[in-house]
Structure formats: C-alpha cells, structure tokens
Design a protein around this ligand. Sequence first.
Ligand code: UDX
Ligand code: UDX
Length: 480
Amino acid sequence: MTKKTIKNICCIGAGYVGGPTMAVIAQKCPHINVTVVDINEQRIADWNDADLDKLPVYEPGLAEVVAEARGRNLFFSTDVDKAIAEAEMIFMSVNTPTKTYGVGKGMAADLKFVELCARQIACVAKNDKIVVEKSTLPVRTAQAIRTILDSTGNGVNFQVLSNPEFLAEGTAIKDLHAPDRVLIGGTLDKAGLDAIESLVEVYSNWVPRENIITTRVWSSELSKLTANAFLAQRVSSINAISALCEKTGADVDEVAKAIGMDSRIGAKFLKASVGFGGSCFQKDILNLVYLCRHFNLPEVAEYWQQVVKMNDYQKHRFAKNIIDTLFNTVSGKKIAFLGWAFKKDTNDTRETAAMYVADELLQDRAEIHVYDPKVTAEQIYADLEYLQTHRVGIYVAQGEAMSMEEIKQLVKVHKTPYKAIEQAHAVAVLTEWDEFKTYDWQKIYNNMLKPAFVFDGRNITDKEQLENVGFDVYNIGKGE
Ligand code: UDX
Ligand code: UDX
C-alpha cells in the first residue's frame, strides 16, 4: 500500500461523536466527500432534516457547520455498503457500551457493534482501505479488528489506525475546530506509516502539524482511557474534598480556586458537583479496571475503581441529604428537578447523575417534576426504565425495580421551569444550564410550599441571595 490521498471518507455511526466530527472534517476539507452512515433510519432522517433544530445531537455551533457542508460534501445515509465500497478511509464511530451480560458484565466494553462493522467492511471492500477506530475501545482492539479484516476479507489490504476522539459534549465544535492535540496510532512499518500520513493530511487541513501526534497503536488506545480516567479522577478528588468541606465549614469552591492557581495543578476539572456522568468516564475507567484485573494487577485496578466508587457515593450523598433534610422522607413530596442532561449544552443523558438521584428518591416514593431545556420527556422515561434493570454501583444496587406505569405516575416532565416548581417542597439543581442562573427566585419561592428548600448540585445559584429570599439552601461542599 502506498500513501493514499483521501477523496472519500465513510463514517459508520452517526452519534454524538461521528456526527459532529464528520461535519467538521467536511467543513474543513471541501475536497473530500464525507458520508456518515447509521443503521438507525430515524437518526439519519433527523440528520437530513431541513429544519436544523431537528438534528439528533444538540451542540452549540453544530447546526451552522451542517448547514455549510451538508449536500456539498457531507452526506448522511443508511446505505452502509455503498459508503464503505466508495471510501478509501472508513471511520468506526459506533457505540461501545459496558457489557450487560456474560464475561466482564458491568466492566468490560461490549465490542459487538465494532466487530459487526469490521465484518461488514471485510465483506464489502473490493479495494484497499484504511480503517480508523474512533470509538473508545479497550486496548488491543485494533489487533482484533485487524484479525477480522484479514481473515474474512476479499484479499484486499487493510490498515487499522487508532484515532481517539477527545471532544467534550457541549463544546464539541470548539474542540474539533481547535483540538489541544490530534492523536493517531498506527503500526510502525512502511504501510502503517503511510496510512498514518494519509490521516495526518486530512487533519492538517486545519490543525497545525505540531498538534498532531503519532504513536504506536496501543499507546494511542490506552491514552484515551487514561485521559478520561485522569479527568474523572480530578472530579472525584474534588468531590471527596466537598464532603469534608461540608463537615468542617470550608467552602469547596474556595479550595478549588486556591489549589487551581498552582500551575502544577491547574484550574480545570475542579468543579465540585453531584457527580460526573456522560458516556465515557465511568465506562472507560471500568474498562481500565477490567484490563488491570485481566493482567493480574489488582492494586492498580482497585486504585482506579475508587474513582467510580467515589462518584457513586457523591450521587448517593446528594440524594440522601435531600431525604434527610426533608424530615427523613420524601414520600408523596414534590421535588422539582432543574436539569436532566449530564452537563449543560447537550441533550445527552447517558449516565447522568440526575437519573441516579431520581432513582433513589423514587425508591422513597417522591414525586419528581423535571424541567430540562433540551432533554425530551421520552428520553427521561427511557433513562429511568433502563435503570430499573441496569443498576450498577454499590449505593443504588439495592433498589426494587419499578414498572413504567409507576414511574409515569411519579415522574412528570414540564416545558417550563415555573410549572415544574409550582407547589414543590424542594428544588434540586442537577445540571448547570446557564438559564437557571437567570430565574426569578422570588417568584419561584412564592409558588412553593414552605419551608422551601434548594439543593444545588452544581453550585450555580447565589446562596446568600436565595437565603435572603427565604430558602433553606444546600450547596455541594459548603459548610456552615
Ligand atoms: C461515541 C464513541 O464512539 C464511543 O466509543 C464513546 O465511548 C462514546 O462516544 P457516540 O457517538 O456518543 O459514541 O455513541 P452514539 O451516539 O450511541 O452513536 C453511535 C451510533 O452508531 C448510533 O447512532 C448507532 O445507531 C450507530 N450504530 C451502532 C451503527 O450504525 N451500526 C452498528 O452496528 C452499531
Ligand atoms: C469527556 C472528556 O472530557 C472528553 O475528552 C472525552 O472525549 C469524552 O469524555 P464529556 O463526557 O463529553 O467528555 O464531558 P466532560 O466535560 O468531560 O464532563 C464529564 C462529566 O464530569 C460531566 O457530568 C460534568 O458535569 C462533570 N464535571 C466535569 C464535573 O462534575 N466537574 C468538573 O470540574 C468537570
């Protein structure tokens, strides 16, 4: 295989990663045709919708990028075979959830979709292809993909690269336009280096070459898991300190500021919260833990597992504090949730702390009234339904499964915050949406039952102001 100039890219998986990443590649490389395919017909229809508000992924700036490139050199399609056949380079961006069955249940990544894609590529390909892993994968998956491609294919040459995605949801377009670094892993023989160079060329249309780093495949795969583990560890570390702050009368935001100004530590990822969520942090750490156990490194496994345990504890601590404060029971009480997404500026709810907190309150038969600016009612019900049979973690594992009927009786979703809050006993802030800061808290107070409580799981409200209005306020990591 000699170095290829890429004219056609195919991406399998039109999700939170595949969609935005390919939209930006198409925007920045008008000379390359980019086709994003997905087995989910509705998703593809939504990506093709003339109304850009209907795009399946909400990301600031995404609609503009899609508007610029769609129909020019960016296409969304369900014809997977055709897109594979035409492309010189194929990105795999399918989901890799934590396994919910069999060996490695609750820990290992489920590679079923990745394997299916590899088999389909092998079956369809009539000429040489570069296959790029975008999905977060356990270390050594590239080797597995390579084995499938080489042993089931039509005798064509495949190169497998690892190109992990570091974009964060809510800032995906910004992160894609100006990434801290682009990481490409490949084999170090001539064919591998040529494939790496083909992908470097794609990115260098807008990313400075010095920000594109190349490594061996396994380093690249492990870097993704490690980056997420380190980021999550910072959040769990500050959340651990938040519990101590509450006992001692310190203020966790002051502590975070003070330590963050040490340039060796740095200011980012030190915001105490109700707990981290998202599709990656927990999954990637559990994956790392699984790998360490597999390689007989129990101490290393335990070290990282503690990051997830601390996160479970933080979510539980928040829910338990609501119950304790509301006189030891929330049964029949109305709790208004501001926010459901796992962070602001996204409609993604995977592993959101909100659903675990809701689940714990529902065990005590609370009534939950949710308002989120971007998450649909269907999604909220689907999350809670899923959780009934997929509880993981040591603090939420004990609960009984509720039927969908019971869930719908107890959980209501509203289109305005004021409706959600009407006659509530307490407001719980679960996501840090900017609009929550602008609310008329006097009006909210007037419409609530007294004593009126605010439990701010994101520390975005002004405690003093709310107390002046008359609220009883609980913040993460703020002692009296
Ligand atoms: C990404 C990464 O790929 C994942 O590894 C990472 O850990 C989280 O982020 P994401 O884009 O967020 O996944 O996942 P999702 O939004 O679920 O999108 C995956 C898409 O792939 C779905 O639309 C699904 O329909 C599609 N898919 C899945 C296929 O087209 N074919 C399959 O065989 C499986
Ligand atoms: C993360 C990584 O940042 C990204 O590089 C990788 O590609 C995918 O996983 P994402 O999950 O989209 O991105 O969001 P991120 O901003 O990392 O937030 C994850 C969770 O941590 C959110 O629930 C967020 O609210 C929480 N968080 C983050 C905190 O609680 N405090 C912080 O200081 C930072």
